[in-house]
Design a binder for this molecule. Structure first.
Ligand SMILES: [Zn+2]
Length: 204
């Protein structure tokens, strides 16, 4: 096959770049994977009925639940993610298709239940690993707090910063505030220090 398959370059293409095109394909595969029968088999085999609060008439509510494979707490099914232990990884060009599909439509043993919190932490680590950055579980825990603070509105954020000894200069704009925060939480894998690197980290 000739290597001239570049739909993102064609007139009227909705994809502005090769990476946008492959992100779309990845999304479509994820949609198919969400209906994967082996995943459903995993859910049916690992869910159990559990008491979850009471109805107005005093009867106990029984719902499907499961156990998070990381923190080992019990949650109702709706609050659990079915996680790929080995993640499907990146899909940036056709050479990665076979591996990606094999990992996405994986065998039963590669599934686990994770609660939202544990899943968020693992996703952060998996996503960074995809870009060649290996952060520890402790790093991911810190990142959680960092994101909470980073998303504060400007005024509460300024207050938070000044309570932690930030100078006026360090609070003057978004970039300086983010630099202070990245240093404070030791978010060594993100470098929001110049406009250029910021643009780079946003575009995979
Ligand atoms: Zn958990």
């Amino acid at each position: 096959m000739e290597n001239n398959n570049e739909p993102w370059k064609e007139k009227g293409s909705i994809w502005k770049s090769k990476s946008a095109y492959w992100t779309w394909i990845r999304g479509q595969l994820r949609r198919a994977a969400s209906r994967y029968p082996i995943k459903n088999a995993f859910i049916y085999a690992n869910r159990f009925s559990m008491a979850n609060g009471k109805f107005k008439n005093g009867n106990t509510k029984i719902q499907w639940g499961g156990e998070c494979n990381h923190c080992e707490e019990t949650f109702i099914l709706r609050k659990l993610a079915v996680d790929h232990i080995i993640p499907a990884g990146s899909l940036l060009d056709p050479s990665q298709l076979e591996e990606h599909i094999t990992r996405l439509f994986c065998s039963y043993e590669n599934f686990q239940f994770l609660c939202k919190e544990c899943h968020d932490k693992k996703s952060l680590r998996d996503n960074l690993l995809m870009r060649g950055v290996d952060i520890s579980a402790k790093d991911a825990e810190r990142a959680k707090k960092w994101i909470l603070i980073k998303n504060l509105k400007v005024e509460p954020l300024r207050k938070w910063l000044s309570e932690r000894g930030a100078e006026k200069e360090e609070m003057k704009n978004k970039a300086t505030r983010e630099t202070f925060l990245a240093n404070h939480f030791n978010i060594w894998w993100v470098k929001p220090f110049t406009k250029n690197t910021q643009a780079k980290t946003r575009r995979p």
